[in-house]
Design a protein around this ligand. Structure first.
Ligand code: GLN
Length: 469
């Protein structure tokens, strides 16, 4: 058996050719068989089985059920699920039980999707390899000697290994798209504001979006129709309901591709990228090269602003209100000891960096300047989208690396975020599309970015491009 697309699974359930119980059983078997990949930190076997049995019963009786009945999913350990632990894969949140469910998760549950468990991630979603997790590294589904990417690495691996139909992750600077590319699945970060962030543990609030990892790109708009939309509990969510109509046309016709300076990417990626461009041109697509003048500012701007926001967001973890509490005779010692014990190395590094760029002597030089550059990047991208409807570019300039290989070089890992942080700096939607036909061990992928609120155009353009391969 193989997991089908979301639409086909639901249709099979409706027809009675497959039951939810069989689907849950299949996913649980795969979770067990892939235990050595270290993906799940909670498997909700009993609640999933009970939910499946109830749905099967409803179908037998002819009672109504939701649009996602039959579909099994997992969530990244930064999304709250009422009554369950939510730890951001950090020691500082050990023992914390979520008192409510994140809006995006709830909307899927309301349509009868079956939540099979929680997968871990880089601590507080800070990282690109899933190695910064207090649960140890999650492993790549294609070769477990390699990282699955991050921070939603376990989500991508869990989808690739068919332990679930889809996984929900979060994307602040590429955390859904880059692991999707490393694991051979599709990843989607919507336009900022289209998904509620309520119940998502905050990393950098003006960048964070909840996103999806799926095997079949056609699943994305189906899920998005259910999960997108305004939420009273998130003031940055936007009143823009989404309706998926596959017949309505609307894929991008004029497409720009990013001209990447030589030497910036691994040769395998450079070759694969060139082949994608050639294939699209040969198919008659209107493709024009374009270079981003602010390219060298992307990574520094992203890391100044996100660490600043993180230092503010993570100041709530004081040992008093949530999770871990270390010993101490006064409040200051308790707070200091809790943070010393509770935060991992990478999180500490970022909190120090963020506090530094916000400090009175350096605020203007770093934080304010980075805000201005962010504005310039937004304007440059807006100008591009007056001439082209979509931009294609690589997802990552580097191939997956071996577990442990880059632990001593965090800055090199930061620079590998260059192509994904762009869409978070601008709030534009980004799709990481898995492509078949790789010549090496790891799969090919391509990224598509569109104007803000052009999520529909991205789905359709993605489906069009996928058909060429
Ligand atoms: N790799 C990026 C970082 O470490 C992206 C993280 C994310 O999107 N959550 O910040």
């Amino acid at each position: 058996m193989e997991l089908l697309s979301i639409q086909d699974t639901h249709t099979a359930f409706q027809k009675g050719t497959i039951t939810c119980t069989e689907l849950v059983q299949y996913c649980l078997q795969n979770i067990e068989a892939t235990g050595s990949f270290n993906l799940y930190v909670e498997v909700a076997a009993e609640t999933a089985k009970a939910q499946a049995a109830a749905l099967d019963e409803k179908r037998r009786k002819g009672d109504g059920y939701g649009r996602l009945a039959g579909v099994v999913f997992s969530i990244k350990d930064v999304l709250c699920w009422e009554g369950h632990p939510t730890t951001a894969s950090s020691k500082i949140l050990q023992g914390y039980i979520a008192p409510y469910t994140a809006t995006v998760v709830q909307r899927l549950l309301d349509e009868d999707a079956i939540l099979i468990g929680r997968v871990h991630c880089d601590e507080f979603a800070m990282g690109s390899s899933n190695e910064n997790s207090c649960y140890g590294p999650a492993l790549n589904p294609i070769d477990p000697a390699y990282v699955p990417g991050g921070s939603s690495g376990a989500s991508a691996s869990a989808v690739a290994l068919q332990t679930c139909h889809f996984s929900i992750g979060s994307d602040t600077g590429g955390s859904v798209r880059q692991p999707a590319a490393f694991c051979g699945v599709n990843g989607y970060k919507p336009t900022y504001g289209r998904h509620s962030r309520y119940g998502l543990i905050a990393y950098a609030s003006s960048f964070d979006q909840v996103g999806y990892l799926v095997r079949d790109v056609a699943d994305l708009p189906v899920l998005f129709e259910i999960s997108a939309g305004i939420d009273d509990r998130d003031a940055t969510s936007v009143d823009a309901p989404y309706h998926w109509d596959p017949q309505s046309g609307g894929a991008a016709k004029r497409i720009a591709y990013l001209e990447v300076p030589p030497g910036l990417m691994d040769p395998e990626i450079e070759n694969a990228y060139q082949e994608v461009i050639n294939t699209m041109k040969e198919a008659g697509m209107d493709l024009q090269g374009w270079s981003l003048s602010l390219e060298s500012f992307l990574v520094p701007t992203y890391y100044i602003l996100t660490t600043a926001e993180a230092s503010s967001n993570l100041s709530r973890y004081d040992g008093i209100r949530y999770g871990l509490r270390a010993a101490g005779n006064d409040v200051e010692t308790i707070v200091a000891n809790t943070r010393t014990k509770g935060f991992g190395k990478e999180v500490k590094r970022r909190l120090m960096m963020g506090t530094y760029v916000l400090s009175s002597g350096y605020y203007d030089a770093y934080y304010r300047k980075a805000q201005k550059v962010r504005g310039m990047i937004i304007r440059e991208m807006d100008l591009l989208f007056q001439q082209a409807e979509a931009l294609i570019l690589p997802v990552s300039p580097v191939m997956p690396w071996q577990v442990g290989a880059k632990l001593d070089d965090p800055v090199a890992v930061y620079y590998a975020d260059i192509f994904t942080v762009l869409a978070n700096l601008t709030g534009q939607p980004g799709l990481s599309l898995a492509l078949p036909g790789s010549k090496g061990l790891f799969p090919n992928s391509i990224q598509i970015i569109g104007p803000r609120f052009a999520d529909d155009l991205l789905f359709k353009t993605g489906l069009n491009i996928a058909q060429l391969f």
